[in-house]
Design a protein around this ligand. Structure first.
Ligand SMILES: NC(=O)c1ccc[n+]([C@@H]2O[C@H](COP(=O)([O-])OP(=O)(O)OC[C@H]3O[C@@H](n4cnc5c(N)ncnc54)[C@H](O)[C@@H]3O)[C@@H](O)[C@H]2O)c1
Ligand SMILES: [Zn+2]
Ligand SMILES: [Zn+2]
Length: 377
């Protein structure tokens, strides 16, 4: 089959790889109809991780079940399913408590597994024609038959639940004001989720015009950080006090103003400024324990200079980590089915698998409106 294979920094290729097979009786094989490219793939694409050449990318996957292991009970051939990016067992203590992003079974020595991702276990990605899904009863979410809502449902694999998770970590509640840093797919989904949860005003900070335009389209207030200190811009429009809640949807590859290069702590520090005393921060943006490409020695070891004194003084709280997709995907699916949510507004491009190399390049440069790419193998 054809698959998107990582070759070297800034280079992926569509290559022939062996078809996946049922390896355990709890597996199913899915013929992929949609697989999205994620900002998280870019960390590997840019050579900012230990990802080795040969890894097949793709952790946001949806398709039709073609083969079923003999111990699978709830999923059958022909079912249309979407898989959380987390690979999880369903029976370890973390899965049982709903922390499926920290499964203790699927990736020995590490809490958490994922498809097509460095350090997240031996699970091949789904930017390919077929995907093996382990513990399929737990990891498949059933979708209505047919092709309706395809680009809405593929958002359930990661970014819609992840944006929602940002709100959950920050405990966004009705009537509150929220500042979201990053208008990438995760930031846009966090803003969208905050509005779904009844926030009174949501600010979205970025500098990419097409992305800020999408934020405005859903009813958020766009803040361009190239036009001045973003927390000051927000405070001016939030009664001077700062917002109730804040969400970091940027992570460690955050940029300073005016081509100032990467500043890995800039968004965390901006949030500490932006959120009012006693507020909460939700951080779905990724931070890593080691980053060989970081701009300074401490950051190379995953240590950032964060204004912890200010954080303490303001009595802020913070929640971080991988999204436990399984915890939210069923409810978010039902919002799509009933017409209450349509997260596909973030999708800018739908392309065949063959065009993945070009799509990675453009998405990585955040040019030509490349906001969220869905590949259809
Ligand atoms: N926790 C999870 O489970 C989870 C899941 C998916 C993605 N992520 C992470 O979330 C982050 C965002 O993902 P994405 O797909 O939206 O990525 P993305 O790279 O497309 O978006 C990041 C956005 O942040 C903007 N940005 C850069 N510096 C900024 C700054 N100083 N202030 C405000 N905005 C700034 C960029 O212009 C870009 O639009 C990544 O770190 C990704 O790895 C985490
Ligand atoms: Zn993703
Ligand atoms: Zn588990």
């Amino acid at each position: 089959m054809k698959a998107v294979v990582y070759q070297e920094p800034f280079k992926v290729a569509v290559e022939s790889v062996p078809d996946p097979t049922i390896e355990r009786p709890t597996d199913v094989i899915v013929r992929i109809t949609s697989s999205a490219i994620c900002g998280s793939d870019l960390h590997m694409y840019e050579g900012r991780t230990a990802a080795e050449p040969g890894i097949v990318f793709g952790h946001e996957n949806l398709g039709i079940v073609t083969e079923v292991g003999e111990a699978v009970t709830s999923i059958k051939k022909g079912d249309r399913v979407v898989m959380p990016f987390n690979v999880a067992c369903g029976f370890c203590r973390n899965c049982l408590a709903g922390y499926t992003g920290f499964c203790l079974t699927v990736n020995p020595g590490f809490a958490g597994g994922a498809y097509g991702y460095v350090a997240m276990g031996p699970y091949r990605g789904g930017q390919a024609e077929y995907l093996r899904v382990p513990y399929a009863d737990f990891n498949c979410l059933e979708l209505p038959e047919g092709t309706e809502h395809e680009t809405d449902f593929i958002m359930l694999a990661d970014i819609f639940p992840t944006g929602y998770h940002g709100c959950e970590l920050a405990e966004v509640s009705p009537g509150e004001t929220v500042a979201v840093y990053g208008a990438g797919p995760v930031g846009l989904m966090a803003a969208y989720s905050a509005l779904l949860r009844g926030a009174s005003k949501v600010f979205v900070v970025d500098r990419v015009p097409e992305r800020l335009a999408k934020a405005e389209e859903i009813g958020a207030v766009p803040i361009n950080f190239e036009e001045g200190n973003p927390s000051e811009q927000i405070k001016e429009q939030a009664g001077g006090e700062g917002t109730d809640k804040g969400i970091d949807a940027v992570g460690y590859q955050a940029h300073g103003q005016k081509g100032g290069g990467e500043e890995p702590a800039i968004v965390l520090n901006a949030l500490i400024e932006t959120v009012r005393a006693t507020g909460m921060l939700g951080v779905p943006g990724l931070y890593v324990p080691a980053d060989p490409g970081a701009p300074n020695e401490e950051a190379k070891r995953g240590m950032l200079l964060v204004s912890i004194g200010k954080f303490f003084e303001k009595g802020l709280r913070m929640g971080v980590g991988q999204c436990n997709v399984k915890r939210y995907n069923r409810q978010l699916r039902d919002l799509i089915i009933t017409g209450r949510a349509a997260p596909s507004f973030v999708v800018s491009h739908e392309l065949p698998l063959d065009q993945a190399p070009n799509a990675y390049e453009k998405f990585d440069k955040r040019i030509e409106g490349y906001t969220k790419v869905v590949l259809h193998p």
